[in-house]
Ligand binder design. Structure first.
Ligand SMILES: Cc1cc2nc3c(=O)[nH]c(=O)nc-3n(C[C@H](O)[C@H](O)[C@H](O)COP(=O)(O)OP(=O)(O)OC[C@H]3O[C@@H](n4cnc5c(N)ncnc54)[C@H](O)[C@@H]3O)c2cc1C
Length: 453
């Protein structure tokens, strides 16, 4: 899910997060050579957690660390804002461990969000739904009552799936069981779910309903959504982690191009022609490049079978100045604005409305009829299509985690696509390789994470 809009039994310090990987060696006490491949939040957090305990090398293909946590500087009308072109939202209920890391341990400054939604049909001036917010008289919203009731029912049902830890009910199963009018399901409910996941309507129907709605329902507390942004962008979190490492060798612009087993260790060849020897390898990169790397390993076949089950959908994000994708009337502008246009349902985030910042918009633009003018930046991504099968593939990877010194990190390994799940994956590795590292101890007692399988 794209984090649109919409857990506290403590574990003891140093004890494993979640289930112990079946194949993992018991805690590694000797100093090891560890190569972490991929410098998104999962890889950088892994390096940070192992720092000082092992000899860690971090390889990142891009010119800078961050992966999907990439922030772009924007100067508009005297405002300076770091816009998150990828991941942006987090909070204490949806991202409890990540939130603790960012706010208490790293002390990265945050800004509050006003999260509200407008959903409208392309070319139709009257919206399908405008959600309540502090500056909207409730009487103006009565016309949207059926859609608002549908959202309330959707969230109630999603809460129930969370409580039952049910990943197998699909969005289509859930929506078809709803008591709302059939026309409203097609015109509003499916488009709403599709947009918050970066999906088309038919893709949205295939989603695990729990996965599709997790980041909308988890932060809802007392009917308010508790989300924040990092003031200086989420990339600042990754940079702070990297800057705090004292003994990690970090190489950017360095792609891992081959991974071989050589006797008791692994040989990783990078795009600069260097060969790195490792006792432990952490694959902190998405399934497709990870599958390419494991192809020549003796354990390739079961890993391939897991990796081939993770499906993704393309997305393009644009940061721009013109309000081209906003609803017809400014009175209907929300921080998160969804346009339904046939199969496609893409969103546009207003930074001015969301956090009182510059008039800058962050929009999903792959399927739009018009390009945005005054384009400031754009980037291509892939969002996961989290079906019940995707969740089963996670289990396949989790069960192999640590076998033969090969580890899996990244937001695809646990739960839904988020900074929390990526960090959680790093913590499961640290729990085995460096349970008492200085940085792991700084996190102290961990809150229960929704990423726990
Ligand atoms: C538009 C968008 C909005 C999102 N919004 C939110 C949000 O608001 N909140 C939230 O919590 N999550 C959000 N997410 C999801 C979140 O961004 C991801 O779950 C998380 O950042 C993934 O981190 P990662 O470290 O697992 O993977 P990535 O960030 O994908 O990092 C993997 C890294 O591996 C590198 N790499 C790949 N191949 C190689 C190789 N062969 N050698 C070396 N390096 C390699 C890549 O360059 C990349 O840097 C959003 C995602 C997108 C795309």
């Amino acid at each position: 899910m794209t984090a649109a809009g919409l857990g506290a039994a403590a574990v003891l310090t140093g004890i494993a997060v979640g289930a112990k990987p079946a194949h993992a060696a018991t805690a590694v006490s000797t100093r090891q050579r560890v190569v972490v491949i991929g410098g998104g939040i999962a890889g950088v957090a892994t390096a940070w957690l192992l720092d000082g305990r092992h000899d860690v090398t971090l390889l990142e293909a891009a010119p800078s660390l961050g992966g999907h946590a990439t922030s772009v500087p924007v100067d508009v009308d005297g405002h300076h804002v770091m816009v998150d072109i990828g991941a942006q939202f987090f909070g204490p209920y949806s991202h409890p461990i990540y939130n603790k890391l960012v706010t208490s341990v790293l002390q990265v400054p945050t800004v509050p969000n006003q999260l509200d939604n407008t959903v409208f049909q392309y070319g139709v001036p009257t919206p399908l739904m405008v959600s309540p917010s502090a500056d909207r008289p409730i009487t103006d919203l009565l016309q949207y009552l059926p859609a608002l009731q549908a959202v309330a029912e959707l969230m109630d049902r999603a809460r129930d799936l969370e409580a039952r830890r049910d990943w197998s009910t699909t969005v289509a199963d859930l929506v078809e069981a709803m008591s709302v009018d059939e026309t409203l399901k097609e015109s509003f409910v499916y488009p709403y779910v599709a947009s918050v996941n970066g999906a088309t309507i038919s893709q949205a129907k295939e989603f695990s309903a729990r996965a599709a709605l997790a980041l909308a329902v988890r932060p809802l507390v007392n009917d308010k959504t508790e989300y924040v942004n990092a003031r200086d962008g989420l990339q600042a979190v990754v940079s702070t982690l990297a800057d705090e490492c004292t003994s990690v060798t970090t190489r950017v612009n360095t792609r891992a191009v081959a991974l071989l087993r050589s006797g008791d260790c692994y040989e990783i060849t990078d795009s600069q022609g260097r060969v790195h020897l490792a006792d432990q390898v952490v694959l902190a990169l998405p399934p497709e490049p990870a599958a390419a790397l494991v192809a020549q390993l003796p354990q390739a076949e079961p890993l391939f079978s897991a990796y081939s089950r993770f499906r993704y959908m393309p997305a393009r994000i644009a940061i721009h100045r013109d309000p081209i994708y906003m609803p017809a009337s400014p009175a209907d502008w929300s921080s998160f604005n969804i346009t339904r246009d046939g199969e496609y349902c893409e969103a546009s985030i207003s930074y001015a409305r969301l956090r009182g910042d510059a008039p800058v918009y962050k929009s999903w633009v792959l399927h739009r009829r018009e390009e945005p003018k005054q384009l400031l930046a754009s980037m291509d991504f892939r969002h996961p299509l989290i079906t019940p099968d995707f969740i089963q593939a996670q289990g396949q990877l989790q069960r192999r985690n640590g076998a033969d010194g090969l580890w899996f990190a990244g937001s695809h390994v646990f739960d839904v696509d988020s900074q929390e799940s990526a960090l959680y994956s790093a913590l499961t590795i640290a729990a085995e390789l460096a349970p008492a590292s200085a940085n792991r101890l700084r996190l102290g007692t961990l809150p229960t994470s929704p990423a726990t399988p």
